[in-house]
Design a protein. Structure first.
Lengths: 433, 433
């Protein structure tokens, strides 16, 4: 069979074998299959889809295109979590220490923020001294000592994904469930954990805005994980407003510390709690949801979860005192209160636009090479459904550079929709797989 | 709009404007749009198709990618014909002289044979001394003097087609009516004639084997021609057996001469007559079919059509005496009679395989760089529906090189299906547009 035959097979609704998919992926990464054949294949996949077996096969082939991390030197079940990305989504910094405090092992490779979404690595790097660059020996040692570590991906993790994503981006083949699922899961599988919990976001701040699509993506990813022999669960959670109150790197670390200290409640805690409970379940440390959530609550109320975060920060070279005194985190020079322009209720938020408003202050990056300012961002004061009066504070801007401040405020105010009459608020946990 | 947006528009069943299609084609030919974006676009077209306006726009954009021949120096209506290709399809050598004899003007650029199909240029070059390479001045002079000329395409005719065809060939996007129609018609439009008659083949020797597909292609091409302001008609004709009796270059010239001499009747004459009649109609030289066919018959019976062929051969440097004595054409060293292996009726022919049998003797080329032997080929003795007895002659092989003779005979015998009981024979003229 030639590559053209394989393109034609998918074009004509055929089902590709594992061997055929391996041939396509390894040929593409190896350079023997050119971009123009792969893009025609991807467009045929866009139209005709892939079944669960094909999608699992694609994921495995992509995983095998680069290094596959071996965590077998670490005892017990290693658990990973992944969020499809959103605004004020700081669940890793809450859930991972909780799981470690309950006896779980979290050896996580994470990513950086791009566009309106934040990234866990950027948040961690706002802690003075902390490094996310560790070789496998260092990473393994930290996980063994602390029960958790969060570092950057190794350079050669799933090169097929980098190549395929770049091609999909310019050939209108991004928005396909099988291609999205294999892109995410190939990296999860290559990261070496034994069990995976996925958080698929839906709503105005999510990539997958519609609920049905988010559920389909969650199902596909769970199917891939189970095909690969990994205990996998997924939640579909609401991203029709920023999940936490803090949008910005040091601000989000502060909110995570406040939650782990037991000072602060809210949606970020609720979602983190549900994710941490599932991480315990897939790790075999809890049987069912109620018992798992009770363990999570005890880990927080006892202060053990915060101790785990502290230990990890110290092991990764950061200043652990930030956990006791959040003022040691980078602080912006200026704070600016943004007032509600009208009376009413918060009916909707354009969450991606709130992320962009924070990006304009310096909290995010438009392109991979932009630098970010860890101190700046927005602290939200109102949530969906809240009653507001004219002049009441909607949010507080933490500002260092005022160059784009005016545009940022303008976009923020446009993004918060205030209308007369009570608003309906979507459920936070929208689906379970 | 970016290229990615245009791919997405077609992917999502949008209709592209002329301007958008121009941008894609000129960007691709100019090198600013890479292969991988064009192949994703072509696959989206394969799935969602193009409407008549888009297909006409694509054809025009392709035509404008290179030289457009200007025949305005020649008086009157210049008429072109095109066949989608088949075996023993020598209609140009019959119809063009007939049209010239009736006062029409045929300034035709033709192609070479590839695979199982023959090419008019190869057939003409079997005439001693004849050249098909003329510059525009020479071409125009010959047409003015003789009323007809058939030469090779100029090098820079529709470079977009060469590029797109090569890309489609390796990305499983060949078999789409809009892409096939625009490929053929862009070259016809660039060749500068005012009126066009198309002969779309259907059956075992045709590229477009099914009748419905052939009709759809004929309709699309007529629509394109009319969009471009050219009087255009099409026939769909049967290619479930070789059209003439001769398969091979000098042999086909001999058959055309015999037909123009009035010695020889048969299917090749019938189709040539129908095509020539339509060429007169689109040229404004006949009003309706009956009158046109009468003119065609008179041109042949009077000998005026053969005189036109003779004049063209002489003007293009060939030996015109071949029209009076076909033994002056190249002759093979050896003739081999192939006998029927069984009693029965000829029920079917695998026409492409008969073309391949002739190719194996040296009459055709597998790749563009192969050389051909003008003298060799097969003279068919039986047609579909004919009764045959064991040992009766099915065909005569004209052989110079015996290297692949055995395989050739084997494939020929396999290609002619003899069964008990009378056979049904498809109509020769299967459709009209």
């Amino acid at each position: 069979m030639t590559v053209t035959d394989l393109i034609q097979k998918k074009r004509d609704r055929g089902t590709l074998s594992r061997q055929e998919i391996d041939y396509l992926v390894s040929g593409y990464v190896g350079g023997s299959i050119p971009d123009y054949q792969m893009s025609a294949f991807l467009m045929a996949v866009w139209f005709n889809g892939m079944d669960h077996d094909e999608t699992a096969g694609l994921t495995t082939a992509m995983m095998n295109s680069g290094d596959v991390v071996d965590l077998s030197a670490l005892p017990g079940i290693k658990v990973d979590k992944h969020s499809t990305g959103g605004v004020a989504d700081t669940t890793t910094l809450v859930a991972a220490p909780v799981v470690a405090a309950c006896g779980g092992t979290v050896a996580k490779m994470s990513g950086r923020g791009l566009g309106h979404t934040g990234g866990t690595l950027d948040k961690l790097e706002s802690i003075p001294g902390l490094s996310v660059s560790w070789d496998m020996a260092g990473f393994t040692r930290i996980v063994r000592d602390c029960g958790l570590s969060v570092i950057g991906q190794t350079a050669n993790l799933v090169p097929a994904d980098k190549m395929l994503y770049a091609l999909r981006d310019v050939t209108a083949t991004v928005d396909n469930i099988s291609l999205i699922a294999s892109s995410i899961m190939s990296k999860k599988l290559a990261s070496g954990s034994d069990a995976i919990v996925l958080d698929v976001k839906t709503g105005s701040g999510a990539f997958m805005k519609g609920f049905d699509q988010a559920m389909a993506l969650a199902s596909e990813m769970v199917s891939i994980g189970r095909h690969a022999g990994k205990n996998t669960m997924a939640l579909v959670t609401d991203m029709s407003q920023p999940l936490g109150n803090a949008v910005g790197n040091a601000l989000e670390v502060q909110e995570a510390i406040e939650i782990l200290s037991g000072f602060h409640k809210g949606d970020l805690l609720t979602v983190s709690r549900a994710l941490a409970a599932r991480m315990l379940m897939v790790s075999g440390l809890a049987e069912e949801e109620d018992g798992a959530e009770q363990k999570v609550d005890e880990a927080i109320s006892s202060g053990r979860a915060l101790e785990k975060l502290k230990a990890m920060i110290e092991a990764q070279g950061g200043d652990p005192r930030v956990c006791d005194d959040v003022t040691l985190l980078p602080r912006a020079k200026k704070r600016l209160k943004i007032e509600a322009p009208a009376d009413g209720y918060v009916h909707a938020m354009d969450t991606a636009e709130i992320g962009m408003a924070a990006l304009l202050l310096g909290a995010g990056r438009r392109t991979k090479t932009d630098t970010i300012d860890p101190a700046v961002g927005i602290w939200m004061q109102k949530r969906l459904g809240d009653r507001v009066e004219t002049g009441e504070i909607l949010g507080e801007f933490h500002v260092n550079n005022e160059a784009a401040l005016e545009e940022s405020v303008e976009r923020f105010l446009k993004a918060v929709h205030i209308q007369k009459g009570p608003a309906t608020v979507p459920a936070l946990i929208r689906g379970r797989v």
